[in-house]
Write a protein of this length. Sequence first.
Length: 199
Amino acid sequence: MTVVCLDMEGVLVPEIWIAFSEASGIPELRRTTRDEPDYDKLMKWRLGVLREHGLGLPEIGRVISGIDPYPGAREFLDELRELTQVIVLSDTFTQFAAPLIKKLGMPTIFCNTLEVAPDGAITGYRMRTAQSKLSTVRALQSIGFDTVAAGDSYNDLAMIRAGKAGFLFRSTEKIRRDNPDLREFTEYGDLLAAIKEVI
């Protein structure tokens, strides 16, 4: 039996922090896990920028409510879920993901949680587990599942490499160049065909 593990941002929906950067006019918030491999370092820096500008969950939530999945993402997920089990593994947060997952047809998602003050300020975050994507893939494998994974960022590489098969999807030139052995796709139909080959 196979479980397909997919990243969310950059694969199924646009990057939340990039959308918020554009809406808020704060260009430094465009930095994502495509640019910074150390997620803890990235998040602490992001929270510092939010504090500096007096921004919190309400402002980010308004931007997220206007984000739609990439064209074809919902259909891709629907067809994939007819073939096999799918889990979205994301380093985003439940508070960010909830409206987006509804638009994707409510696939199962494992992600993290923000710590939010009564005034909406984001004071911290709790990771579900260390190396959450790789840990989840290893746990699935330990109970008898094969895993196939796809993602676009540095924090996806471990889960991509750990499974029966793994693919890059719409990744950066640097990540592609540094991982020439990984097949990369830019269209959902091609990714779906590749997944079908291995499951």
